[in-house]
Design a protein around this ligand. Structure first.
Ligand code: MRU
Length: 348
């Protein structure tokens, strides 16, 4: 399956990361040669989106072994902790790196793990298309139960497509799939301040897919829903905890609250690797606070007074009571209850 864009590619044993900070105007790849390169690429958001951050984590651990073939287990685990700290909210990073550590525990000599990690990273990425497609098909079934087969107005936030997942995508994958089934009337992409994942990245992908859409500012959500311009909303997830509370890009929670007020179905779409049952409620999720200059400046230019201060939480937590359903590769969680979340998390 040929992707519309490759956010991460491994060519002739070289790892190349598409610099998403420059999209949509420039498509430039940076070469990652070390675990530090991967750490910086994740932290500076050269790569972003929970699944892609996770894949980059595996590559980072592979590069660590490639450059340090004589390391022993404690050093490997130390490197894992370092890489996991690049961004705290998306559980996929820790999940994928912890799996690398588990693989390491089975080796007598860690040098043997390098080719296995490379293969593991390639497999994980290759398998994710089928998983994303399965989520999209479960979403289609949920929508069909509510609306039958009529074309729908769908809304999304942030970027959850190929740029975030390496292939198709989660919430955006649903929209692409629904469009292929000729079941999409209009798409609204929330611009997603301050990093503009919606207007820079989601719109870029929708244009490449040939899907008509409109970018809307965050504050337009209530206008759209009050005027019956949205039939359903799909968002991704960075971490889903035991009661179904879900961390995702800041602004997702307010979207879900407005949707509940107007009675509009609000769905989370995520792989089972996004579940973290070690946390009971969303209050326990660490929310990443990013640099205030992401808000105060656009590129190098101030768009606020140079003396102004800003608070920049990168994520928020959507309460499970505002989520109609959670769609995973192994099925749909609807209603969102502790029992149903546990069952789905146990299916991985
Ligand atoms: O800060 P970002 O761009 O990494 O945030 C991305 C999101 O919040 C996505 O919705 C989430 O990671 C799911 S991506 C399939």
């Amino acid at each position: 399956m040929k992707s519309i864009v490759e956010p991460l590619k491994y060519e002739k044993e070289i790892l190349k990361l598409l610099d998403q900070r420059l999209l949509p105007l420039e498509e430039v790849y940076m070469t990652a040669k070390t675990i530090e390169d991967c750490y910086r690429a994740i932290q500076d958001m050269v790569v972003r989106g929970a699944p892609l951050i996770g894949f980059t984590g595996i590559w980072g651990m592979a590069l660590f072994l490639k450059n340090n073939p004589k390391v022993v287990q404690p050093q490997f685990e130390q490197a894992a902790e370092y890489l996991k700290s690049a961004r705290p909210t998306a559980v996929n990073l820790a999940y994928e790196i912890d799996r690398c550590v588990e693989m390491a525990k089975k080796e007598t000599h860690l040098s043997a793990l390098y080719p296995k990690l490379v293969q593991h990273a390639l497999n994980e990425m290759n398998n994710s298309y089928e998983k994303n497609l399965a989520m999209a098909k479960f979403a289609e079934i949920e929508l069909q139960k509510i609306y039958g087969d009529r074309p729908l107005n769908l809304m999304t936030i942030c970027n959850t497509g190929t740029l975030a997942c390496g292939v198709l995508g989660t919430a955006l994958g649903v929209i692409v799939h629904m469009n292929q089934q000729k079941k999409v009337k209009e798409v609204y992409a929330s611009e997603t301040r301050p990093y503009l994942q919606g207007s820079r990245l989601t719109s870029f992908e929708l244009i490449k897919e040939g899907i008509d859409h409109k970018i809307v500012v965050e504050g337009a959500a209530s206008y759209l829903m009050k005027n019956k311009m949205v039939d359903a909303i799909f968002a991704g997830a960075d971490r889903i905890v035991e009661n179904g509370d879900t961390a995702n890009k800041v602004g997702t929670s307010s979207l879900s609250i407005i949707a509940k007020y107007y009675g509009i179905p609000f769905f989370i779409v995520a792989p089972v690797s996004s579940f973290d049952l070690s946390l009971k409620t969303g209050d326990q999720i660490e929310i990443e606070l990013r640099d205030q200059n992401e808000i105060l400046k656009y590129k190098d230019n101030y768009i606020a007074h140079p003396d102004a201060k800003a608070l920049n939480p990168s994520f928020d937590v959507t309460d499970h009571s505002c989520i109609t359903g959670i769609l995973c590769e192994n099925g749909a969680i609807n209603p969102v209850t502790v029992e149903n979340v546990r069952k789905m998390a146990g299916s991985r």
